[in-house]
Design a protein around this ligand. Structure first.
Ligand SMILES: [Ca+2]
Ligand SMILES: [Ca+2]
Ligand SMILES: [Ca+2]
Length: 190
């Protein structure tokens, strides 16, 4: 316990030096269907504006991911290991490989119901795009029945650790503007 306390303290110090702040953002899942393959339009696919979740911040990065009591229930012959919950930047689908694929039921090549926890915060490295959007996409590694749900994410919570930098205060920008104006005036006098 003492070691863990020290680790947290040193992380906080690092955050202060780099002027980035660290946040834990819980994401609750309730009866979310896992339908077809990656990026199929029938899938559960939602995007969140992180500037609405953490007002006053920009340059969002996911630096850690944890899941607790994620309950998955399969439909038909689909396997528990088929379900992937992805956390990604908008550009991940088209250009940049900027995503984290979590596969809670990995190894459970069987149908039925399973409950999964990651056992703590796992390291992640996902930089969101300048649009500050976090995309959450649920998909099947193997699509058993096209156009129909293969499984349901019944319940559970993901916790995302974010790092972000404060948006500069407008007051600071005004002060900088005044300073620049003063410089220009001095130069003209010479
Ligand atoms: Ca399907
Ligand atoms: Ca499947
Ligand atoms: Ca489809």
């Amino acid at each position: 316990m003492k070691i863990r306390g020290l680790l947290i303290a040193s992380l906080a110090a690092l955050a202060a030096i780099s002027s980035a702040d660290t946040f834990l953002v819980p994401v609750t899942f309730t009866l979310a269907p896992s339908v077809d393959g990656l990026y199929d339009p029938d899938n559960t696919d939602v995007s969140f504006d992180m500037t609405a979740v953490l007002p006053g911040y920009q340059n969002f990065s996911i630096t850690g991911i944890q899941w607790d009591d994620i309950v998955i229930e399969t439909i038909g012959n689909s396997w528990l290991s088929d379900v992937v919950i992805s956390f990604e930047a908008t550009s991940a689908e088209t250009t940049v490989a900027n995503f984290y694929d979590s596969n809670p039921g990995t190894g459970d090549d069987a149908s039925g119901t399973g409950s999964y926890s990651s056992g703590g915060l796992l390291p992640a490295s996902v930089d969101l795009d300048p649009d500050n959007m976090l995309r959450i996409h649920i998909w099947e590694i193997f699509d058993d029945v096209a156009g129909a749900a293969d499984a349901t994410v019944v319940s559970g919570i993901y916790t995302l650790q974010f790092e972000a930098t404060p948006v500069p205060e407008p007051a600071t920008l005004v002060a900088l503007g005044i300073g620049a104006a003063a410089l220009v005036r001095r130069r003209k006098k010479k």
